[in-house]
Design a binder for this molecule. Structure first.
Ligand code: FEO
Length: 397
């Protein structure tokens, strides 16, 4: 069993590391995750969030290294999603807290989850402050980031922002701080997390960053509910969120495709060659070999999305349908795109992809390219030209 980590004086990480989780409702957590919970030992002892139900024993093990659970006075629920509240019923029974602090929407969500009207809820709003003794906690509601109940807790004396899901990563490590791991990998996990969880909320993220800026909070550490704690470079992740939420793009295209008998894959390669001729940076991602959540990571800063599918039973291949559904939910903005695909007789796939892209407000550069059965060397030039047209459009923007 692992040890607690003191992240600031009398502020301890007491969470859990989930090494083996590989799917987080559609997000491939190929390096696991952590459920971070924090315990402040002050005149009042306060627990910030709990952990997923299956990790309750880790949380209890960590709490026991510092105190008896019964001595905890307050529980702060920054977020009700089950990866942070799943252990709450057992913890409340054990701790019998004097108060459970949560946002107004948090109280409703807790009752809707656990059906316990009798818990000692204390509803707090943005700007409300409580004293734990030497330390004070100020709450900041972050409605819809990413749930209606979400909020941050700020400990003024430590310059510590306990940020719930924001600024996190799904990455299981023994290390707890940003300066203990390799920066490129940390930022890659952070980007994937942003793309798959927060991309659709980018406008709200921008607003929140502005709001936090206006509050002039002195933040020298950000402790999220997943992954590494930003001790050395909290500014780096704030700056990255500012960039990602602006949905700024580079001269980059992502080709996403699935194929039946390799004709659509051959077309994808021809599209690639057209883009390459225009000097565009390309990610070439078969849906058979790349997880949807890794493709989204590449789409964040790409200007163009090109999607290919053959026609199967008057539709697209199942993995393409899955990807379109997922992408649509994440609402990418400021993108251009195009579709391509082979067919035998009816050939609806390109039209279906075009419709989906238009619904996502992706600007179509071309009506798309279709090839019957197997493209010839000459007919492949149409796909090359599609790549070139998209490449030219990227450079114009
Ligand atoms: Fe990590 Fe929204 O839960």
């Amino acid at each position: 069993m692992s040890l607690t980590v003191e992240i600031k004086e009398n502020v301890h990480w007491v969470g859990a590391v989930d090494w083996n989780i590989r799917d987080f409702h559609g997000y491939s957590t190929n390096k696991g995750t952590t459920y971070n919970a924090y315990l402040i030992m002050d005149e009042k002892i306060a627990l910030f969030d709990t952990v997923k139900k299956s990790s309750l024993s880790s949380l209890l093990h960590h709490i026991h290294q510092l105190t008896e659970p019964e001595k905890i006075d307050y529980i702060i629920v920054n977020h009700v999603e089950m990866d942070h509240s799943g252990s709450l019923p057992e913890i409340v029974d054990l701790v019998k807290p004097e108060k459970i602090f949560c946002s107004p929407m948090g109280k409703k969500a807790l009752i809707d989850h656990f059906h316990r009207e009798d818990w000692p809820y204390e509803v707090v709003k943005s700007g409300d402050t409580i004293s734990l003794g030497k330390k004070t906690v100020t709450f900041l509601e972050t409605k819809m980031l990413h749930w209606p109940d979400s909020m941050f807790s700020y400990i003024k004396e430590d310059g510590l922002l306990i940020s719930s899901d924001a600024f996190g990563q799904h990455w299981a490590t023994t290390e707890r701080f940003d300066d203990e791991v390799e920066e490129c990998e940390l930022m890659a996990h952070s980007k994937k997390y942003y793309g798959n969880i927060l991309l659709l909320l980018s406008k709200l993220v921008k607003k929140l960053l502005a709001q936090v800026g206006e509050m002039n909070l002195d933040i020298n550490m950000i402790a999220p509910d997943h992954g590494l704690i930003w001790r050395q470079s909290p500014g780096k992740i704030i700056e990255a969120y500012d960039r990602w939420s602006g949905q700024e793009s580079e001269e980059k295209a992502v080709i996403v495709y699935d194929t039946m008998w390799k004709s659509t894959e051959t077309m994808a390669r021809a599209v690639y060659s057209g883009l390459q001729r225009e000097g565009i940076s390309i990610k070439f991602m078969s849906l058979n070999d790349n997880h949807r959540s890794d493709i989204i990571t590449e789409i964040i800063d790409a200007k163009a999305i090109l999607i290919g599918s053959p026609t199967l039973n008057n539709g697209v291949l199942p993995r393409v349908a899955d990807f379109l559904t997922y992408l649509k939910g994440l609402k990418p903005r400021n993108k251009i795109g195009a579709a391509f695909g082979s067919y035998g007789w009816s050939g609806e796939a390109v039209k279906i992809i075009n419709t989906a892209l238009e619904e996502m407000k992706v600007e179509l550069v071309s009506p798309g390219v279709r090839h019957k059965y197997v493209p010839s060397h000459d007919s492949l030039m149409e796909s090359v030209e599609l790549g070139r047209a998209v490449g030219k459009a990227i450079k114009k923007t």
